[in-house]
Design a protein around this ligand. Structure first.
Ligand code: SF4
Length: 611
């Protein structure tokens, strides 16, 4: 119950689509979505393979609550080996595509091989067919492709796919769905582009049944009431995630100008209040309204407009209609990190990322690294084609378009900050972990987040652990390891259910276990979810170790470890990673090289390390 019991295998090389039963043992051990697909990847992917080779599977996975009436129950994830990092990649997205895939009768799709010429997958419920994409949607932006597929197959169809960034194998290309929802991180879109797979269009008309419909409906209603009463939920609905800008801006935790500072003096210009305030008398504000994903009662999404006379609208591409607006992470990366305080330029760059399918975090942080290289004289205008100082909105809007098309200096930015900085002999200027760029929290100001970045299996990530409250309360590194370890396990479980992580605004793991127990076979408790979360975390670790990563990769850039924060509440601090890491490894039952102990693997029912 709550599963369709069926996965689709698509071999792009031989152009075959075959259905097979879902592995129930792995489902019971690893829940769904992130966990279950990681189990399949672990079994079927050579961890040493090049992420852009045909050998690496690309998995689209739903969870047990995807497509149910549980609030936010529309999530799906893409699991593969990251083009940006070479580590395990799991990128999670909302919108309506995930529920449509489940409604079509599929729990997962596993793509292998590479198409000889570009294709898209057409799923009309349980009928699956690969169709040519060349001379149709290949070479188009994601928005153009999505519209063309809806025109051909019907406007009830949901689409996930890549824009030109994925086709051009931009290392941080995203997979987009429902116009501006994204499986955004680690370069999953480049893996899709390397397979010459442009999109999946799906019509799903079945329901999803649950184990105990009456009890499930009661728990769902209780969940709605919990969210309705939550102040954090109210903030997400009213202000969106960009409300965090005021907090990190005032606290001094906002990575600024490639982390040369932790305070952006103009953070209020790219804040939630700036989005809501008319820029001049008679003008309309940037924010148009909020919006929600499938079954969501939070609605954190932003819809925004650009002022019609802004310079971005006078040359090249115009965005005259309201589109997906800035969230905290995009405002940080396209704003503070590159020193740009022009709200319209940041909004424009974010829209280009959505249209072309590109992660705004990695793009912004890579541009920031390039700006530092430029200001240090390591690269010059003859290479960049234009001045590239921090704070230039012109550079931001020009480079975002060049990067998506891998043209001009954009072809260099498309490699990501790690490759760009290494190529110019300054690897220390890449603000990344395992090759994935920092989200919007500086590890010198937020010690727990530093440990979370260093140990995240997909590289620097703000969603793999939840040390926020602790980090805004104390800088004491001694308290961080158990918080980070416990919330990593908890988040791994939540990411595997098929609901959005923002439900923690009103729900705890006990409540989520009750939802699961009413929906799915077996007895689901908080303890079972936590153990599954620990299993998933360990499984991801095993994949990375087999891929060649080791304890030495659980680190941060030298700037985080050696250059004291120049401002803010925690001025003078560096990130005390080493002490936290030792305690963290002990809590994880890993040896001093970061390898899981045999007793841990036995307790979690995982295979032993072979090396
Ligand atoms: S809280 Fe936001 S991201 Fe999460 S499901 Fe709702 S609208 Fe989507």
């Amino acid at each position: 119950m709550s599963w369709q019991g069926k996965i689709l295998r698509v071999d792009l090389t031989s152009r075959t689509c075959v259905a097979e039963p879902l592995n129930k043992d792995w489902r019971d051990a690893c829940i769904g979505l992130r966990g279950l697909a990681s189990r399949y990847l672990f079994a079927e992917c050579d961890p040493r393979a090049d992420p852009l080779s045909p050998d690496v599977p690309l998995i689209f996975a739903t969870g047990p609550l995807t497509g149910t009436s549980a609030a936010t129950g529309g999530r799906y994830a893409v699991i593969t080996k990251g083009a940006l990092t070479g580590a395990i990649a799991c990128s999670n997205s909302g919108g309506y595509f995930g529920a449509a895939l489940k409604f079509a009768g599929w729990d997962m799709i596993i793509f292998t091989g590479r198409a000889e010429s570009p294709v898209y997958l057409w799923l009309d419920n349980d009928r699956a067919e690969l169709r040519p994409a060349e001379d149709f949607i290949w070479g188009k932006s994601f928005w153009e492709a999505e519209e063309a597929l809806k025109e051909r197959h019907g406007h009830d169809v949901k689409v996930a796919g890549i824009g030109r960034a994925g086709e051009n194998r931009v290392r941080f290309a995203a997979i987009m769905n429902d116009r501006d929802r994204a499986a955004g991180r680690s370069g999953v879109g480049a893996v899709m582009g390397a397979k010459a797979l442009k999109a999946i269009a799906v019509r799903g008309q079945r329901g999803v049944s649950v184990k105990d419909p009456a009890r499930f409906a009661e728990v769902v209603m209780e969940g709605h009431a919990l969210l309705a009463a939550s102040a954090s939920r109210h903030s997400l609905t009213t202000y969106g995630t960009i409300a965090m800008m005021s907090k990190t801006g005032a606290f001094g935790a906002l990575p600024t100008r490639n982390c040369r500072d932790v305070t952006f003096e103009k953070y209020e210009d790219i804040s939630e209040q700036a989005m809501r305030t008319p820029p001049a008398p008679g003008r309309r504000p940037n924010l148009v309204t909020n919006k929600a994903c499938f079954a969501c009662t939070i609605g954190c999404g932003r819809v925004a407009r650009i002022q019609p006379d802004h310079f971005t609208a006078r040359k090249g591409k115009r965005y005259t209609l309201p589109q997906g607006g800035l969230e905290y992470e995009s405002a940080y990366a396209l704003g503070a990190m590159v020193g740009v305080a022009d709200l319209d330029a940041c909004t424009y760059a974010n829209m280009v990322c959505n249209e072309e399918g590109m992660d705004p975090i990695s793009f912004g942080v890579t541009l920031a690294a390039a700006m530092e290289l430029y200001e240090l004289g390591v690269i010059s205008e003859s290479e960049t084609g234009m001045p590239l100082p921090f704070g230039s909105p012109q550079a931001l809007v020009e480079m975002v378009a060049q990067t998506a098309r891998a043209e001009g200096f954009g072809a260099e930015l498309a490699k990501g900050s790690r490759r760009l900085c290494a190529q110019h002999g300054r690897p220390e200027l890449s603000m990344s972990v395992k090759g994935q760029e920092f989200p919007g929290y500086d590890p010198r100001a937020m010690q727990g987040m530093g440990l979370a970045y260093a140990t995240s299996p997909r590289g620097a990530c703000h969603l793999r652990a939840d040390p926020y409250q602790s980090d805004f309360t104390t800088a004491d590194p001694a308290v961080k390891p158990p918080i980070v370890k416990d919330t990593q396990d908890e988040n791994a479980a939540i990411d595997s259910l098929g609901i959005c992580a923002f439900t923690t605004a009103g729900w705890d793991l006990d409540f989520m276990a009750r939802l699961m127990d009413a929906a799915c076979e077996g007895n689901w408790t908080k303890e079972r979810l936590l153990k599954a979360g620990e299993r998933i975390w360990t499984l991801e670790r095993l994949f990375n170790l087999a891929a060649g990563f080791a304890g030495r990769d659980d680190t941060l850039p030298p700037r985080s470890l050696n250059e004291p924060a120049p401002s803010g509440v925690n001025r003078g601090e560096v990130c005390h990673l080493q002490a936290m890491l030792e305690a963290y490894y002990r809590l994880r039952q890993w040896d001093d090289q970061g390898r899981p102990e045999p007793a841990l693997l036995e307790r979690l029912g995982l295979p032993a390390l072979t090396e």
